[in-house]
Design a protein around this ligand. Sequence first.
Ligand SMILES: [Zn+2]
Length: 414
Amino acid sequence: MEKMVIISAPWVVPVAVPVIRDGSIVVTGGRILDIGRRDDIIGKYPQSSEIKYPCVLMPGLVNAHMHLELTHLAGGFCSLPAQKFTEWIDALIARRAQNKESRDEIVAAFTTALKEQYNSGVALIGDIGNEQYDELDGVAGGLQPKIVRMLEFIGPNKKGCQAAMTNLLHLDENTAATGHAPYSTAPDLLKEIKKRCRRLQHIFSIHACECADEREFLQTGTGCFRDFLEKKSSWDGIFPFSETGFSGTIQYFAHLGLLDDTTLLVHCVHVSAKELLVIKDSGAKICLCPGSNGFLANGHAPVELMVDLGLLPALGSDSAASNQSLDIWREMQILAVNHTRIAPADILAMATMGGAQALLHETEYGSLAVGRSAKFIHVSSPDLRICNDSAHLMDILVANGKPAEIEWVSSVYD
Ligand SMILES: [Zn+2]
């Protein structure tokens, strides 16, 4: 029989249910067998050994939207905020085309980032890339977050779309494919990618409603995205918006049949209450990236509306090319500052359970519950150690940034 260990602490934050004062978690075979008040657990499992931690036990965090392959671009490559969102995209494309860094340097940059994510308590990452990097699996000797990797397809004109369709057809079925955005991935290509995701039960993640100009492009086929595509000689009629306008990205995606409970809409800054209802009815998930939205001056997502509707968004840092930090604790802090009406417990749920649901891993990660992975964290700080109230505890966890001490509990009994 597998060895059973009781792990106890003054605070246990399961996320899906209220905080437990003086709680214990029973672990066996890498799974959570039981969780509850310490007094009850000790009575139920009298033969088991116990490990006591001094502060807070909680699930590992989830960074649901990253572009690890862009980590080497940290530090900026154009003056910000750009006048137009497309100016930033243009600068990013130009910077990547320069090929200043070798593959080894790119790998070294994301390897460091991955280790930092792990050391800051991140259990699960949603990562989008344009290139295959087998190095993402196991670069940190196993001590790294689980990565849900998605290969992003772009096809903003007929030629690019055709090439992407061919690549998609020959893509290894273990590799998940995804689209970039409504202005950069042609409609037929988006439909084909979604069809493949459904067949292979992969998550379909896409940037949506990130900047105000996106809506103008979808409504009338005009604005900075049209100008951008014309400048790149990519305006060849593959997007229908000049003839058939849509009220916005969500109506367009619904029209293409892209919205269901395995679709992840990243950003959702410029989204209306009506559009949020469509998202809710479809079961599609949202990933907020408040740090990136601030960095690029794209505005604040209507998080209050989302929470009022009963939606639980995920949180993501986005890339080092569009954010000054990849720290998911900082993303919680930014949300707390920008949305004072949102309860800290809801923000913590976004950075854990919301992310796990969005990446289709909620049976493993995102909460401390029976059957979940026993890979969870202990966090501590001077403020947390003197805290005597569960509401205040949540406030500290969300508003104070990364705790002074973070450790993976599983290492104790592995
Ligand atoms: Zn992104």
